[in-house]
Design a protein around this ligand. Structure first.
Ligand code: IPM
Ligand code: SF4
Length: 759
């Protein structure tokens, strides 16, 4: 088509178009995946699936693996092996399973003896594995982080992880285009974290559902890559699976010289392509949001959803001013959980803990910004009495970099605990946790109930605000420290990040010997098995049974199944974990939660009459737990995108219906009536002759559910098309094939005599 007649396209449209292998009539597309990041929590069942079907990893060269969620963040000085270092048996088993899997399938792995190890979303960009124009996935919802480079990056569930490992593709429906433009001048003390919290407050946690968000405007352009990553990271908290920012000089400058970024002439070719990656002038967005930078102040959350934000100068909201009864009850519930009284000024709220870390805010600039506030508090200032504060760098390299700048000295002198890289207290999955009712100022991204530990209370803030809270013992307006900060600049040795990136590191474990017979298919140049494997998904046709009513909005997947239950290597045995905290009183007795009531213990259907069911984390354990309990269909006004996909991968049916229909069905459920869900006829039949309610579902998904078809087997029928795409990709974007660690591009230190770490 001549350029003049081409429809103007958004950045998302362009990346999408460049990756489509095949599109079906109903719009479902098979897209190629350029980069796959893998961690220990969402991969064991996927590798097991490959093993059972004798499948190999199709593109080991485009796959990068690390361990982050389960690991303790204490010093690794005495590290000998995962077996001796990770004390908690289930966490240890998950880390060991990963090590076995990377060996068996021949994958590049940054393990605990490797300085490049860290949170999966920190290490991808750090290494230059993340590049503009790519599609990038990971079994993790914060994969949206990588969109900061102008890539299409999103989280997937474990079944989709298996699909990508086996085929290097995914079945996807194209999302809507949404643009959020931030223009103006940010007031003093306002960081990218405040901007993104403010945006989530404006659009709500379901605001971006079904969309890919492009962030635009002079404020975003003025942000560093690290600030852009913090923004894109929290796109998922705004309901969008992906966020992106067009690449520019800032992006290229960040990438140049990174270990896995293209070099020499290939770099020039890549850069020329990357420069085309911007939204055309007249392209249309489905949704546009304008944000005035001047409206944003240092921001903090008061409740149990990331949309519960208020400026630090504000107060705890008063539910009695809210008209809608269900909304009012939800606020009351959040305040009760948080132990807060309406009208309390935010700055009067005392805290017990401070956590600076997570994939949102654990990069070098975040640590510098925290150090600046600590220094501004005075040379001898200490963390407030009774407060315990920890700083967890996002990767071993961030840690090394911070130490070279002397930041660790600033932190330790002030009484902060300076830890090793990992997810740490972002989620209650490793030893770093809140005690019940402890209150934490946290730079992480989720303040869900129980997120940082059972009954723990989280206030989301920027690194500077977290540091300020640590020094005063209360949530504090960071601007109180900023005047002083200008006179107290840290006297630090400044060192370039790139020095560390090419520094000698311990080698990753080599794929070793034969682990099982499947290792013979682990080489990347053997042809794919095109044969259909038997499906493991049971068909879904008509489901008749008791329906349980639920009147909560933003039911997040942490609530459906807390992180502590994600340590399993299986997909089953999770019924008891379903809504674990809600089904128990603080003393551990069964609560009166709906699924505990005698009439609902056999429920097959769940009817939620408020929006955004299954938001948050990509954990497929959420549908697994529902299924194990016996619930095979969830009806709600809207769903988190990843949860919805995950359900269908497991032969479960998520049905979206208008609010009024959900309310009517919830009333039937309250009355203890059975409902009948008919997928063939696409209707929900009600009791007592009430008219059935019709519903819509994607035709391909319906076909797969009705017949119990397995996506991977279907995709492998298109192996010729995938191979054609491989070839085209090698010609057009050669820098995406393979990556540096296999060649001689990275100097790797000789094997060390001792296993002791010195960082
Ligand atoms: C474990 C993983 C599935 C999860 C996610 O998807 O987000 C985790 O990283 C989280 O932050 O809750
Ligand atoms: S959100 Fe937290 S738990 Fe999830 S990947 Fe990021 S740091 Fe890890």
């Amino acid at each position: 088509m001549p350029a003049a007649t081409q429809k103007p396209r958004t950045l998302y449209d362009k990346i999408w178009d460049d990756h489509v292998i095949d599109v079906q009539e109903d719009g479902l597309a098979l897209i190629y995946i350029d980069r796959h990041l893998v961690h220990e929590v969402t991969s064991p069942q996927a590798f097991e699936g490959l093993r059972t079907a004798s499948r190999r990893v199709r593109r080991p060269d485009c796959t990068l693996v690390t361990v982050d969620h389960n690991i303790p963040t204490v010093s690794r000085k005495n590290f000998q092996s995962v077996e001796s270092f990770v004390a908690q048996p289930d966490s240890r088993a998950q880390c060991q399973a990963l090590e076995e899997n990377v060996k068996e399938f021949g994958l590049t792995y940054f393990g605990m003896t490797d300085r490049r190890q860290g949170i999966v979303h920190i290490i991808g960009p750090e290494q230059g594995f993340t590049l503009p124009g790519i599609t990038c996935v990971c079994g993790d919802s914060h994969t949206s982080t990588h969109g900061a480079f102008g890539s299409l990056a999103f989280g997937i569930g474990t079944s989709e992880v298996e699909h990508v490992l086996a085929t290097q593709t995914l079945l996807q429906k194209k999302g809507k285009n949404m643009r959020i433009t931030v223009e103006g001048t940010l007031p003093e003390g306002v960081t990218s974290k405040d901007v993104v919290l403010h945006i989530i407050g404006v659009i709500g946690t379901a605001g971006g559902t079904g969309c890919v968000v492009e962030y635009a405007g002079n404020v975003i352009r003025g942000f560093s890559m690290e600030a852009r990553m913090s923004m894109c990271n929290m796109s998922i908290e705004g309901g969008a699976r992906a966020g992106m920012i067009a690449p520019d000089e800032v992006t290229f400058e960040y990438l140049r010289g990174r270990p896995l970024a293209p070099k020499g002439e290939v770099w020039d070719r890549a850069e020329a392509y990357w420069r085309t990656l911007k939204t055309d002038a007249d392209a249309k967005f489905d949704i546009e949001v304008q944000i005035r930078a001047e409206d944003i102040l240092p921001t903090v959350t008061w409740g149990t959803s990331p949309q519960d934000v208020v400026s630090i100068t504000g107060s705890v909201p008063d539910p009695s001013s809210v008209q809608d009864e269900k909304k009012r009850e939800n606020i009351e519930r959040a305040l009760k959980y948080m132990g807060l009284t309406p009208g309390t000024p935010m700055q009067d709220i005392k805290i017990n803990k401070v956590f600076i870390g997570s994939c949102t805010n654990s990069r070098i600039e975040d640590l510098r910004s925290a150090a600046k506030i600590i220094l501004a508090a005075g040379p001898d200032a200490k963390v407030a009495p009774g407060v315990s504060a920890m700083i967890v760098p996002g990767s071993g390299l961030v840690k090394q970099h911070a130490e070279a700048e002397g930041l660790d000295v600033v932190f330790k002198r002030a009484g902060f605990d300076w830890r090793e890289a990992g997810c740490s207290m972002c989620l209650g999955m490793n030893p770093d946790k809140l005690e019940p009712e402890e209150r934490c100022a946290s730079t992480s991204n989720r303040n869900f109930e129980g997120r940082q530990g059972p009954r723990g209370r989280t206030h989301l803030v920027s690194p500077a605000m977290a540091a300020a809270a640590a020094m005063t013992g209360k949530l504090t307006d960071v601007r109180k420290f900023l005047g002083a900060a200008t006179d107290a600049q840290p006297k630090l040795k400044l060192t370039s990040a790139l020095d560390f990136l090419t520094d000698a590191v311990l080698p990753s474990p080599e794929p070793q010997g034969t682990v099982t017979s499947t290792s013979s298919v682990a080489a990347s140049d053997t042809p794919l098995p095109a044969a259909e494997a038997p499906s493991s998904v049971p068909p879904f046709r008509v489901l008749k049974g008791i329906a349980a009513p639920l009147h909560m909005e933003n039911v997040d997947t942490d609530m459906i199944i807390p992180a502590v239950f994600l340590k399993t290597l299986k997909r089953t045995g999770l019924a008891n974990a379903l809504f674990y905290a809600l089904r128990r009183t603080p003393s551990g007795e069964p609560s009166d939660f709906v699924l505990n009531r005698a009439s609902y213990t056999q429920s097959k259907i769940l009817v939620c009459d408020m929006p955004n069911f299954g938001c948050g984390s990509s954990r497929e354990h959420a549908p697994w737990a529902l299924k194990d309990f016996g619930i095979l269909c969830v009806i709600a006004p809207s769903f988190g995108d990843i949860f919805r996909n995950n359900c269908m991968q497991n032969g479960m049916l998520p049905i979206v219906l208008p609010d009024a229909d959900c309310r009517a069905l919830a009333e039937d459920a309250e009355a203890g009536h059975e409902l009948e869900v008919d997928l063939e006829k696409q209707e929900v039949r009600r009791p007592n002759g009430k008219p059935a309610i019709p519903f819509q579902v994607d035709q391909f998904r319906r076909h797969c559910l009705l017949n119990g078809l397995d996506d991977i087997a279907l995709t492998l029928q298109k192996v010729d098309r995938i191979e054609e795409f491989d070839k085209r990709r090698s010609e057009m974007w050669p820098w995406l094939d393979g990556f540096g660690y296999k060649g001689n591009k990275i100097p790797v230190a000789p094997e060390r005599k001792t296993k002791k770490m010195e960082w």
